[in-house]
Design a binder for this molecule. Sequence first.
Ligand code: FES
Ligand SMILES: [Fe+2]
Length: 379
Amino acid sequence: MTKLTPYSCIRNTWYVAGMSADFPKEKLSGHVVCNRPIVMWRTRHGDVVAYDDRCAHKRFPLSKGRLMADGTLECAYHGLRYDMTGKCVMIPSHPTGPISPQAKVQPFPVIEQDGMVWIWPGDPAKSHLRKPPSLPEVGDDKWESIIVGPYDVPANYLLLIENLLDITHFYPLHDGNIGDIANSRIPVELEEGEEDGNKYAMTIRKVTSYKQPPYLIDWFHYDVVDRHHTHCMMSPAITRVVMRNARPGKLKPRKAKTEFPGELLNNLDERGYVLVHTHTPVNDKRHIWRVIVNCPAHHKSKGDSDMSAAGRVAAMFPKVADEDRWALEQQQHMFEYADEGYQEVFLKPDIAIRRTRKIFLDMLREEQQPQSPISEAAE
Ligand code: FES
Ligand SMILES: [Fe+2]
């Protein structure tokens, strides 16, 4: 029996299939999420529909077909037509005969929330037991949200999550842009919990009278700050990073996780960002990564007073993302070899990575035992 590792696609969770704007009305698109080919489109009534992209006849990709005037999807090969539930409703070569109930494709649950389209590639009967993590800052007028990516990354998605939870890689990987060795030495606190049926693991770094590196002065003005910086794996789909900076003595105390970013809007002394990273596995060796940079809409940067804070942060990101993608790809290659005496070392700042791997393993075990119910917490 092969040993279960956390580097497998978790299916019983909500992933981001794209931003709402990526789904204009009546345009078919083909996706692969957790090794499942999926055709998606927004109907003329505004709902997003998703089902298996393989035609029930001969597996031709339905995303290469077309939508008909009556709202059905016609396969481009032999012309079978499907309704919005994935049921075949017309077969051109049998115009009058009965249609077998087996002529259907599997639908997938879809939710639209916070300006994003979410898909559940797992057991549809369990989709109500978890909700997509709440990300109110995305697409809210009080925030400026800029999307960087999406990037097609040739590496397992958990490698990206581990990268995001561990900022000690800023030096040396990001040396020359966001590299800051002092950052790596800030003590790490861990917070764990469950929200909307999703177990989360979060690191918290708090500093007082901290001398900011040049790029943070450029983005957020203050030379010396009190600062709270958190990195939270909210679900297998989302890692959210929140940074709040204020002059010494002016930072509001940290509240519950969900209230945290609100302080950036409510406390006039605070500046910072909310970075929402979406990581959607294509398969065990590839994922789609996008970064949504969110800053209060009225915040300007210091480095270029004509530029918003969000714009200035987002401008830096493609270079940083290139460096991260390079590292993840290198790591992925090394997974091709058997362990054979290799042993991984955990350092203190890796605490959230360890917790995340445990959460992933528990979720994967849960999927392998279909009788055991998912936590009912979301109900
Ligand atoms: S493969 Fe789709 S109709 Fe034949
Ligand atoms: Fe990085």
